[in-house]
Design a binder for this molecule. Structure first.
Ligand SMILES: C[S@@+](CC[C@H](N)C(=O)[O-])C[C@H]1O[C@@H](n2cnc3c(N)ncnc32)[C@H](O)[C@@H]1O
Length: 313
């Protein structure tokens, strides 16, 4: 399969929302990344000198050695933090690092960020399959509505595709009445391109039940290629999670292992944004080491404390 990627700025106000449009022709996938005002900051360059300065600050303040990692990868990770803090250039970001202990910790965490996995925390997905999704399908069928699910901070798409697999494998009858749209977003355009390709190594599939693996993956050289049937269920978008409140309403939002990279006030803002797009009864799932903070606690009830599943009041 051929993957072509084009980047373009928004042509008019209607494209102000950044996105990733996928066009499929026979054997060819064409991806256009539409850059919003926020994503245009993508063009911010972190040159070698800036990286050296950031590296020095991290080494002196946190005894953290950047030089063992690939520069290109580190520059991409630094850019993610800069965009999250809305810093327009490396000098401003270095100033912030010198002033903020918290930002130093957040940068360090972001640089050592871990990738995702299919069926990560299998017991959570089991709870979704047996308790949450049956209820959401029933409610949507009664109201005659479609269902919309979000995977926020989706990395290589593993979480969103896991949702797709569960829906396709276990809710065949329900799908006939209630179509499901899955949207997955991340701030990292490179990761989104990998997500669109949907080729994975063994490591990403280690929690996958054998039956699912045989049904939805095919060997492709050293990789495993996800079936197009599941790929088609997910739309990827370039989006800063800080802007989640501007999205369309959804009934289920997975925001796992991403909140931890943000300071507390920003965690609260993100949770308020998610609460804004979830109607009453909508469901939020956080990562195992994450929890509701501040005022956002008053916006949800806890459905399952162990799996960090919450229901919008
Ligand atoms: C550890 S991964 C989590 C992947 C998946 N949610 C999971 O739990 O397996 C964190 C992801 O958050 C993304 N991220 C970091 N800052 C972000 C931001 N401001 N907006 C959107 N995504 C962000 C990173 O690019 C990374 O892909």
């Amino acid at each position: 399969m051929l993957l072509t990627v084009h980047q373009k700025p928004p042509e008019d106000a209607t494209e102000a929302v950044s996105g990733l449009a996928r066009e499929e022709r026979e054997g060819e996938v064409s991806v256009t990344i539409i850059l919003s005002g926020q994503a245009l900051i993508e063009s911010l360059e972190i040159d070698d000198d800036a990286l050296a300065e950031i590296s020095l600050i991290l080494e002196m303040q946190r005894n953290f050695n950047l030089s063992i990692y690939k520069d290109k990868c580190m520059k991409r990770r630094v850019a993610i933090r800069m965009r999250s803090c809305r810093c327009l250039d490396a000098a401003a970001y270095c100033d912030l690092l010198r002033q903020s202990e918290q930002e130093l910790d957040l940068l360090k965490k972001t640089l050592t960020i871990h990738v995702s996995q299919f069926f990560r925390n299998p017991s959570m997905f089991e709870k979704l399959q047996t308790v949450v999704l049956p209820h959401l399908f029933q409610k949507a069928a009664t109201a005659g509505e479609r269902l919309r699910f979000y995977s926020l901070g989706c990395a290589g798409g593993e979480e969103a595709y896991t949702l797709g697999i569960i829906v396709r494998a276990f809710f065949v009858q329900e799908l006939l009445r209630t179509p499901v749209d899955i949207y997955a977003s991340d701030i990292d355009a490179d990761i989104l391109q990998a997500a669109v390709r949907a080729e994975y190594n063994e490591e990403r599939l280690k929690d996958l039940p054998d039956s699912i693996r045989e049904r939805y993956f095919a060997a492709n050289g050293p990789h495993l290629q996800l079936s197009p049937q599941i790929q088609k269920m997910v739309t990827f978008q370039l989006q800063n999670i800080m802007d989640v409140g501007l999205s369309e309403p959804c009934q289920l939002a997975l925001c796992r292992n991403t909140l931890i990279y943000f300071n507390r006030p920003d965690q609260e803002k993100i949770l308020h944004g998610i609460a804004h797009v979830l109607p009453s009864g909508g469901v939020l799932v956080l990562g195992k080491s994450e929890t509701l903070v501040g005022d956002a606690r008053g916006l949800f009830t806890t459905l399952c404390p162990v799996e960090r599943i919450y229901r919008r009041i």
